[in-house]
Design a protein around this ligand. Structure first.
Ligand code: NAP
Length: 252
């Protein structure tokens, strides 16, 4: 049993994997959640263990409530939960809204929104002083898309991240006096495999020159902000939505 147990949904790759590695350095025992890529999740666990930390890979599809319950039960085996990073998220192929199927929308909102809500619910049940817990932190992954709308690409994705912005504010206030801080980071264009999964493997290269800093961000740069929001260094920060977008989200 350890003092700090952190669940990172989608911890096998990209931003989530970077959060897992960094959180371990700060003493968290890390649950590296993944949907299907066991090899990638095991590699994150191996990196953490090689550096002297403790981590466990747990498969769970956050669009499935039963999987989420099993994920949190696995965390309970390791100690008192102290943190959740609602990081698992998906995009989809570029489409206009008048082309989108109900299946696409259901998948998008089930993973990005319902999954984040259900994970938050389980975390609060364990961390809230109202439920006998001793407090903790939740960090949600939004997106600059929530402000930009992502027209002709994925308005559904951008809207799902708008829900995350609102959920962050409301939930932060709901549990502010229960020892739990809830914040979000809102990344801009970050160099991960997310873009290829939406059929745009060259998206970062194509957009780079149009970005304010003329480059995409890295997963590590986003993870740094998440680690700060989880830490005691941000002890009076709750309900905050921190843009980590290289200025993209404030473009006129
Ligand atoms: P990524 O590289 O595509 O990695 C996605 C991660 O989520 C993987 O670990 C994947 O697991 C996991 N995952 C996907 N569906 C899941 C499900 N149903 N249940 C559990 N885990 C699932 O993504 P990323 O770029 O790091 O993005 C992380 C978060 O940041 C997302 O919420 C994304 O919307 C947000 N974001 C990213 C960017 C960007 O430019 N990259 C910008 C703004 C916001 P497997 O390895 O098993 O597939």
């Amino acid at each position: 049993m350890t003092d700090q147990v952190l669940i990172v949904t989608g911890g096998s790759r990209g931003i989530g994997a970077s959060v897992c590695r960094k959180a371990s350095v700060f003493g968290h025992t890390v649950i590296v959640n993944y949907a299907g890529n066991k090899t990638a999740a095991d590699a994150v666990v191996a990196d953490i263990e090689a550096a002297g930390g403790k981590a466990v890979a747990v498969q769970a599809d956050v669009s499935r409530e039963a999987d989420i319950l099993a994920l949190f039960n696995a965390a309970d085996e390791l100690g008192q939960l102290t943190g959740l990073v609602n990081n698992a998220g998906v995009v989809d192929f570029s489409q206009r809204v008048d082309e989108m199927t109900a299946e696409r929308l259901t998948r998008m909102f089930s993973i990005n929104v319902v999954g984040s809500f259900l994970c938050a619910r389980e975390a609060i049940k364990r961390m809230s002083t109202r439920h006998g817990g001793s407090g903790g932190g939740i960090v949600n992954l939004g997106s600059a898309g929530s402000k930009l709308g992502s027209p002709s690409q994925y308005v559904d994705y951008a809207s799902s991240k708008g829900a995350i912005d609102t959920m962050t504010v409301g939930l932060a206030l709901e549990v502010a006096d229960e020892g739990i801080r809830v914040n979000a980071v809102r990344p801009g264009i970050i160099d991960t495999e997310l873009h290829a999964s939406g059929g745009l493997p060259d998206r970062v290269a194509q957009l780079q020159s149009k970005l304010p800093m003329k480059r995409a961000g890295s997963a590590d740069e986003v993870a740094e902000a998440i680690i700060w929001l989880l830490s005691e260094s941000s002890s009076y920060t709750t309900g905050a939505i921190l843009d980590v977008s290289g200025g993209r989200s404030i473009l006129p």
